[in-house]
Ligand binder design. Structure first.
Ligand code: AP5
Ligand code: MG
Ligand code: ZN
Length: 216
């Protein structure tokens, strides 16, 4: 089995946090549609302008836009030995499009790691999150603080609070997840690719569990 991975889970489940650890362990890139979209918003590109209104209200950005982003990203050479899709696919249409694009390159998904955490814990995690402007690494004011306040321990850049990490927007994101993304659990389960992982526990414990699942 290879390392063509999907991290599936609600907002705050720990997809980004675990992806950063998997990069180090397996030397494969993290592909986060959320990070790519936030960079596009910041750079004021056309797709960034289009995406922003959806992101600000906790809705999904249209499928065609994210599918295009992923198609471009997966065509880069650094994905040859594997990749971690973080936050993509998020709809059945995206999952179908992914299968088609991988097949045309003679590839397929090896594991879909499905992380579950209850909603109240998710809200606590997201409300207290700090994100690095440089490398996108996430921290938490209480659960995972940086060594130096306001500064990324990995790259030294400034930490900020994401625009959509307000309680109200987070509640919309959870509803969006339930209605549009949760159906992917069944979708990948029926393909025999689903690897359910309890997302509660320490960051290190969960990382160890992931390694067992991937190397098992
Ligand atoms: P995106 O950036 O993907 O956000 P998300 O899915 O809402 O997920 P998060 O990044 O909030 O959570 P995470 O699971 O990465 O958690 P993290 O590891 O940071 O998407 C943003 C928006 O972009 C979407 O709303 C949508 O509009 C758009 N978008 C993106 N992809 C799209 C797509 N494919 N289609 C359409 N639209 C798309 O952890 C969270 C916090 O918890 C951190 O503070 C962390 O330190 C802490 N933490 C992590 N693990 C633990 C632990 N074990 N114990 C305690 N605290 C922990
Ligand atoms: Mg994330
Ligand atoms: Zn950083």
């Amino acid at each position: 089995m290879g390392y063509n991975l999907i991290l599936l889970g609600p907002p705050g489940a720990g997809k980004g946090t675990q992806a950063k650890l998997l990069i180090e362990r397996y030397c494969i890139p993290q592909i986060s549609t959320g990070d790519i979209l936030r960079a596009a918003v910041k750079d004021q590109t056309q797709s960034g302008a289009r995406a922003k209104e959806f992101m600000d209200r906790g809705a999904l950005v249209p499928d065609d836009l994210v599918i295009e982003i992923i198609k471009d990203r997966l065509s880069l050479a650094d994905t040859a030995a594997g990749f971690i899709l973080d936050g993509f696919p998020r709809t059945v249409a995206q999952a179908d499009a992914l299968a088609v694009m991988l097949k045309s390159n003679g590839k397929s998904i090896d594991h879909v790691i499905s992380m579950t955490v209850d909603n109240e814990e998710l809200v606590k995690r997201v409300i207290g999150r700090l994100t690095c402007r440089g490398c996108g690494k996430g921290y938490h004011q209480i659960f995972d603080p940086p060594a130096v306040k306001g500064v990324c321990s990995a790259c030294g850049a400034e930490l900020y609070q994401r625009d959509d990490d307000k309680e109200e927007t987070m509640r919309s994101r959870l509803l969006t997840y339930e209605s549009q993304t949760a159906p992917l659990i069944k979708y990948y389960s029926s393909l025999g690719l689903l690897r359910p992982v309890d997302g509660l526990g320490s960051i290190q414990e969960i990382n160890d569990t992931l390694a067992k699942v991937l190397e098992g």
